[in-house]
Design a protein around this ligand. Structure first.
Ligand SMILES: [Ca+2]
Ligand SMILES: [Ca+2]
Ligand SMILES: [Ca+2]
Ligand SMILES: [Ca+2]
Length: 325
């Protein structure tokens, strides 16, 4: 660098040391160390710049260093230094420019990209930001039911990217002859359709016979189970539903009207397994004195699905209908 700069620095250091009036010796020592370091840096820079230059210029540079006051050598040295700096910065920025810049969407994975499928589809495994799909990114990925990009579990799309599903109790009551679980399914679908619910064909009845039970043939949702008002929460997810305690009773019909309490055919335990082997109105096909198990629509404990004693299949009861996938 410049001898005149060297002098100025020493001068400033000295002034500071004297003004402070303490530890002057240490300050001087520090100033000298700085100047020595600076000078050696200056020399190495000069060496580097002169390495590829002619002998004449090297001599000129040396002359500049030996001059302690400003002069042609100092000025020359400064201009050389600038040139070196300019060259250096150009040289260091060149590799960045020559390496391929990340171009999301070109189909090739470059540094800074997690993936690049080269398409405009945000709902596949690679988003248009060239990131792997994930729950919370605001795009509905391959196995996500929804993704609203927030941390709110109570807005219809939770942080597991699972949506709400509707459960209701039918407004109608039926005797035990439901034409089997398939007939009860038709009743649920018809009710959901009459109530104007979405996905009416996806509803299934909460019923067990000797062959099947909801724990086996129901979709086990990671999302909430809500009443048709889409507000009242019955359970946070399948596991919460199956733990024997509901947040709120399933007491709202497909028309989003509260049912003022009523029995509900089920023969099903809270966790979805069959309650008894035989008390299911013979597969929900008879309406005589045969026994059938029921629940009660205003209960939030296990009674919601499992009243202690059976009732004759000639009696009338409602159905719980659950939206599936
Ligand atoms: Ca790319
Ligand atoms: Ca994509
Ligand atoms: Ca997502
Ligand atoms: Ca949410």
């Amino acid at each position: 660098m410049k001898p005149w700069s060297f002098d100025v620095t020493l001068g400033v250091a000295a002034s500071v040391a004297l003004a402070s009036g303490c530890r002057a010796e240490a300050a001087w020592q520090e100033a000298l160390e700085i100047s020595v370091t600076w000078e050696s840096e200056s020399e190495s820079m000069s060496d580097a710049s002169s390495g590829s230059e002619s002998d004449t210029e090297t001599t000129s540079s040396t002359e500049g260093e030996t001059t302690t006051t400003g002069g042609p050598g100092g000025t020359m040295s400064e201009s050389e230094s600038d040139a070196t700096t300019a060259t250096t910065s150009t040289t260091t920025s060149d590799p960045t420019n020559t390496s391929e810049p990340a171009d999301c969407g070109d189909g090739d994975v470059q540094p800074g990209e997690q993936c690049d499928d080269g398409n405009d589809d945000n709902n596949d495994e690679c988003t248009n930001q060239c990131k792997h799909w994930m729950c919370g990114d605001g795009y509905v990925g391959p196995t996500e039911e929804c993704d609203d990009g927030n941390k709110n579990d109570d807005d219809g799309c939770n942080t597991a990217c699972a949506r709400d599903r509707v459960v209701f109790v039918t407004s109608k009551a039926y005797p035990g002859n439901l034409s089997g679980i398939s007939g009860a399914t038709s009743a649920c679908v018809a009710a959901a359709s009459s109530g104007g619910l979405e996905n009416p064909s996806s509803y299934l009845p909460w019923l067990s016979d000797s062959e099947m039970s909801p724990s086996g043939f129901f979709f086990h949702s990671e999302g909430r189970y809500v009443l048709p008002d889409m507000i009242t929460v019955v359970a946070d997810d399948w596991n919460d539903l199956a733990d024997g305690e509901l947040h709120n009773p399933i007491d709202m019909t497909e028309y989003a009207v509260l049912l003022d309490g009523g029995p509900v055919w089920s023969n099903t335990l809270p966790w979805g397994d069959r309650y008894t082997e035989s008390e299911h109105c013979e597969g929900w096909t008879v309406n005589g004195a045969e026994p059938g198990r029921r629940g009660y629509s205003l209960a939030t404990d296990e009674i919601w699905t499992a009243i202690e004693a059976p009732n004759p299949c000639s009696s009338y009861a409602h159905l719980y209908c659950f939206e599936q996938e």
